[in-house]
Design a protein around this ligand. Structure first.
Ligand SMILES: Cc1cc2nc3c(=O)[nH]c(=O)nc-3n(C[C@H](O)[C@H](O)[C@H](O)COP(=O)(O)OP(=O)(O)OC[C@H]3O[C@@H](n4cnc5c(N)ncnc54)[C@H](O)[C@@H]3O)c2cc1C
Length: 508
């Protein structure tokens, strides 16, 4: 494959197309899992789609997840079996569509009271049965001896045994980028670093939006039959903007922060993950091998604000280290933390008005504002496709957009068939033999710019490579060279100073 391949990103061309298109079927605001899922689904139906992202694709919650594709054991306990079944189905589809970004992962759950292997085992057997033929592996009760043999580093004192079950792990930011590229290949215009800051109305009805290219400051008007607000924890801000009223009067979202800590693999050298079934605040905590290190998390901390770069609170880091430390043979300390980061959960409130166009289903909700702005919020990464389907069904049911072609016929095109092409494409980009820091080559950086929409040092080091999330000090050291490469690729404002500032927040 030549480097002149159609997937090469040329921002000038993208911006020119944004300005020249007189009417889009669908304009999506927000380039996280939700918005990107909607864009892919709509593009598959043959609709004319534009997606605008204020910062970078997956800059929000969608790069800050625990990175598990799961059915939600919580819903099992509540008896909501159809929810669990649907998420387990989605888990299987993502594994099939993106095999280089997602993989099955076994989890062990230690038990320190005699009855726990029985109760945990029963629940997790039901979980496995709900996956049906899409089960990823058998659920097994483990004796104390088997636990210690499988996981010598687990806390042995009072250990009674445990349970092993299977779920899956994925790379959230990379899957988001694969979706952005898939949408783009299917004809959608996906543009990052372009903020929506106003709406166009005819009477009370919304007919489009105003946006600003944050690189140049250029403003642009976009006209669309239907506008979808998929901005995660910022959904209420965009609602207020569309209503032209002060925000906060009718908040639909509750925001809760979840933090993670990454420590050296030596603290958990196993290939299996550990699920701590009950922390001191009654939640679960994961210890997961990730990117050659170990990911520990998460927390649940209510927040009133919603910064684009939330920081873990010191007490969250202490809590994670203390809780994980109870289960690991060697408890990690603050000095062992390589990176600590936080994400904001967009939890949706039940609607105040149940009638009208409001449709609430599952963990997420889709509804229309009086202006016609379609909002989607809540849910989880695992079910992004189900959320997208509901958004499109909502828009079509309201006669806002044509149904498009039956995309199920084209299901095969949905496969993220980037992997084979990427290997060829990468080979055509120079710099494979020039290592910036272990795990990051000059070729990776140039590829990020040429084919993955990267515009800033942070775009490269946080989401194309995951170095910032894995080892913030290494990311800081790599940053000046990455900035120079971006400059060579024609990007003059690569945001080096901002990135060095951001790094500080990842080092406790
Ligand atoms: C700590 C934590 C752990 C999680 N773990 C898991 C997990 O293991 N598995 C799982 O399935 N799910 C998990 N989730 C849930 C999952 O991450 C989220 O549900 C999902 O990422 C939400 O995606 P989103 O697209 O709705 O929001 P976001 O990813 O936040 O996307 C919204 C986007 O809108 C953009 N935006 C905002 N304002 C504007 C504007 N004016 N103009 C243009 N763009 C704008 C933002 O920049 C942002 O990129 C977790 C969440 C958290 C916080």
């Amino acid at each position: 494959m030549s480097e002149n391949d159609h997937s090469r990103v040329d921002r000038t061309t993208l911006v020119a197309r944004l300005k020249s298109e007189p009417l889009w079927d669908l304009a999506v605001i927000g380039g996280g899992s939700t918005g990107l899922g909607v864009a892919v689904d709509a593009a598959l139906r043959g609709l004319k789609v534009v997606l605008l992202e204020a910062e970078d694709f997956a800059k929000g919650s969608s790069s800050r997840a625990t990175k598990l594709l799961h059915g939600g054991v919580r819903y099992l306990a509540q008896g909501q079996l159809s929810l669990v079944r649907e998420a387990l189905h989605e888990r299987a589809v993502i594994l099939e569509n993106a095999p280089s970004l997602a993989r099955p992962l076994s989890f062990v759950v230690p038990a320190y009271r005699w009855w726990e292997p029985l109760t945990l085992g029963l629940g997790l057997h039901i979980y496995e049965r709900l996956a049906g033929r899409r089960s990823l592996g058998p659920t097994r009760r483990l004796s104390r001896k088997q636990m210690l043999a499988a996981l010598p580093q687990v806390q042995a004192e009072r250990l009674k045994g445990g349970v092993r079950y299977w779920d899956a792990q994925f790379d959230d930011a990379q899957l988001a980028l694969a979706l952005a590229r898939s949408a783009s290949r299917l004809g959608a215009l996906t543009l990052n670093h372009c903020r929506v800051d106003g709406f166009i109305k005819e009477g009370d009805r919304l007919t489009g939006l105003r946006c600003t290219d944050t690189e140049t400051g250029a403003e642009c008007e976009v006209h669309a039959r239907c506008v979808v607000n998929a901005t995660g924890v910022w959904v209420d801000d965009l609602r207020a903007l569309a209503a032209g009223s002060a925000e906060g009067s009718d908040a639909r979202l509750v925001v809760s922060q979840g933090s993670h800590v990454v420590v050296d693999r030596a603290f958990w050298p196993s290939d299996e993950a550990l699920l701590v079934p009950r922390t001191r605040d009654g939640r679960v905590l994961f210890v997961v091998p990730w990117e050659g290190q170990v990911l520990l998390g998460t927390t649940e901390q209510p927040r009133d604000d919603r910064p684009f770069e939330p920081r873990p609170m010191p007490q969250e880091i202490d809590f994670i280290l203390a809780e994980a430390g109870r289960y690991l043979a060697k408890p990690p300390t603050r000095a062992d933390v390589r990176s600590a980061w936080a994400g904001l959960r967009p939890l949706v409130n039940p609607p105040k008005h149940a009638g009208g166009t409001a449709r609430v289903s599952r963990e997420h909700a889709v509804w229309s504002e009086p202006s016609g702005l379609v909002c989607v919020a809540g849910g989880k990464w695992t079910t992004y496709r189900a959320m997208a389907r509901d958004v499109l069904a909502h828009c079509i049911a309201d006669n806002r957009i044509p149904p498009g072609r039956d995309w199920r016929v084209d299901r095969s095109t949905e496969h993220l068939r980037l992997e084979r092409d990427d290997a060829l494409l990468r080979a055509s980009v120079p710099g494979a033999d020039r290592v910036i820091v272990p795990g990051l080559t000059e070729q990776r950086v140039r590829f990020a710019v040429r084919h993955e929409f990267a515009r800033k040092v942070e775009d490269v080091l946080a989401r194309r490579s995951r170095l910032l999330f894995v080892d913030a000090q290494a990311a800081r050291e790599a940053a000046p060279l990455v900035a120079r490469l971006l400059q060579e690729e024609g990007i003059l404002q690569a945001g080096l100073e901002d990135f060095l500032d951001t790094c500080g927040g990842y080092l406790p």
